[in-house]
Design a binder for this molecule. Structure first.
Ligand code: HXC
Length: 260
């Protein structure tokens, strides 16, 4: 599949995916979704790739939301019949078991904020702005804004964001727990790629299980989560990489991973 709306490059063990509709502030239309699903499936299947970074082209936006021009004339019944937006979660988030990072430059609004929150964590530039302005269009978030945002920053801030539609700057986003790091705009990609390289250099099964275990915290009770965590830890102890990792520590050398 050749892409019209995204760019994909491999940098060592890291796949860099760039939303590339800068004139529309990287608004997310159906083509972007289909192309992202394809690119993430390729990343997931490629054993040489350990982590991905998703960013936006241009310095103005990560993504200014779902494409309003695609939705404006669409009949309401079609949104339901097509289960519009379902693919973001069912095909993109749920099929990507390897870690990936959103590097947010500029606006991450509506679906753009929701897409960033689908990542395992967000690194933001100092100029990043997050918001769920859907209420101003007489709709509401449809790709996770009420659910992932509330889990990330709590009810008070999520209600404030969804009901007023206001933007949150990078400093507030970091303080609220929405983003893990804020860096100067000209260092954003460098910092995100560096973090991704670090992750890509980890034992791959352990990376996938760490991701899975943190996500389980949002899905279950503490008791069940702790039980699953212990079981997953015990499963990892049966891998060849665990023997290598612990032996390498004892021998004071870096580990060499097999993903087995
Ligand atoms: C389609 C968009 C767009 C979007 C920007 N553009 N956002 N096109 N969908 N979400 C286009 C503009 O139409 C314009 O194209 C070009 O990008 C530049 O945008 P401007 O508005 O001229 O830029 P600026 O004045 O700097 O304002 C930047 C902005 C503003 C504050 C980010 O663009 C804005 O408010 N965008 C919409 C944000 C939003 O409401 N997002 C949520 C979408 S709904 P032209 O061709 O005119 O130059 C959503 C989920 C909906 O995500 C769920 C429904 C079920």
């Amino acid at each position: 599949m050749s892409y019209e709306t995204i760019l994909v490059e491999q940098k060592g063990g890291v796949t860099l995916i760039t939303l590339n509709r800068p004139k529309a502030l990287n608004a997310l239309n159906s083509t972007v979704l289909a192309e992202l699903i394809d690119a993430f499936a390729k990343f997931e299947a490629d054993k040489s790739q350990g982590c991905a970074v998703l960013t936006g082209s241009g310095d103005k936006a990560f993504a200014a939301g779902a494409d309003i021009k695609e939705m404006v004339e669409k009949p309401g019944a079609d949104f339901y019949a097509e289960d519009f937006f379902a693919g973001w979660t069912t095909q993109l988030v749920k099929s990507t078991r390897k870690p990936w990072i959103a590097a947010v430059n500029g606006f991450a609004l509506g679906g753009g904020c929701e897409l960033a929150m689908m990542a395992d964590f967000i690194i933001a530039s100092e100029t990043a702005k997050f918001g769920q302005p859907e209420i101003r269009l007489a709709v509401a978030p449809g790709m996770g804004g009420t659910q992932r945002l509330t889990r990330a920053i709590g009810k008070a801030k999520a209600m404030d964001m969804c009901l007023t539609g206001r933007n949150m700057d990078a400093e507030e986003a970091e303080r609220s727990g929405l983003v893990s790091r804020v860096v100067p705009a000209d260092k954003l990609l460098e910092e995100a790629l560096k973090a991704a390289e670090q992750i890509a250099g980890m034992p791959p099964l352990a990376a996938m299980m760490n991701k899975e275990m943190v996500n389980i915290a949002f899905e279950t009770t503490l008791d069940t989560g702790l039980l699953m965590e212990r079981r997953m830890f015990q499963i990892l102890t049966a891998t060849e990489d665990k023997t290598e990792g612990m032996t390498a520590f004892v021998e004071k050398r870096p580990g060499v991973w097999k993903g087995k």
